[in-house]
Design a protein around this ligand. Sequence first.
Ligand SMILES: C[S@@+](CC[C@H](N)C(=O)[O-])C[C@H]1O[C@@H](n2cnc3c(N)ncnc32)[C@H](O)[C@@H]1O
Length: 305
Amino acid sequence: MTPLRYPHFGVFTHPPEESYLTLMERSALILGDAHQVLAGMPAKTIQSVVTSPPYWSLRDYGVEGQIGLEQSVYEYVDTLADLFDEVSRVLRDDGTIWLNIGDSYTSGNRGWRAPDRKNVARAMSVRPPTPEGLKDKDLIGVPWRLAFALQDRGWYLRCDIVWNKPNAQPESVRDRPTRSHEYVFFLSKSERYYYDVDAVRGPNGRRARTVWDLKTQAYKEASGHFATFPPSLVEKCVLMGSRQGDVILDPFLGSGTTALVAGAMNRRFAGIELNPEYFDMARKRLLAAGFHEDKRELGQSAASG
Ligand SMILES: C[S@@+](CC[C@H](N)C(=O)[O-])C[C@H]1O[C@@H](n2cnc3c(N)ncnc32)[C@H](O)[C@@H]1O
């Protein structure tokens, strides 16, 4: 493996003892609520965001303050849109977001989720009421509701990428096709922004297209908790959305895939995670990949790389 250009990362719990001002001198993992942490971070320091927020009503991550368990999907979208206002502040003016988000179906007010025999990880103990205006069995359209909300808040919605999963899980339902895709929205803060059109090439050297065939790839430590990014998905986003040395943010770090991939591609990273168990998983994953935890406190000069 070629030596890492930015091998050091700091580990902090929010609120840190000192300000976040020097945070961007090196990479960092921050344990805390994404909205609160972002509010403490300096403006215009992040080049690109690669993230997958918790899906609405799909999983209980078991920690107070988690996003995704709002009673209404409209509340969920508002919560995320507020959080992305804060992301806009920390993003450089030529910065972008790669936002992966999943959809779900209404529950028919059952209040519980029938066990899905084909996919145990999908089963969950809570199911919120059917959103106002929708019917039992409706696809909710969560990704597009969020995309339009972000557009309303001033983001430029530049494209919808269909992440096609050739190895998608089978479903028990017999009255519609099996879902085998998710969306990745590409958004920019300004009309003009950094985008490397030559960074990713397809067959015959053609430019990147909007349908990406990528197998899901479970990170074994996280399996059963949440869906992890395939590293190849993060790689494309990082390549097109940043240069070496830029800072990549993931406000919903989970098992740390974004940090791991960004770091391996000589970018710096800032990863935020609320659940201490997952935070530790991400930390250990980075250490196992050859990164070094930097013990210096915030405020002291860091000379990483
Ligand atoms: C879908 S998972 C992200 C998985 C990640 N892309 C990966 O590759 O491992 C979403 C994560 O968001 C975290 N989360 C939920 N609410 C949060 C909040 N308010 N602030 C920070 N993280 C939060 C969850 O604990 C979970 O780990």
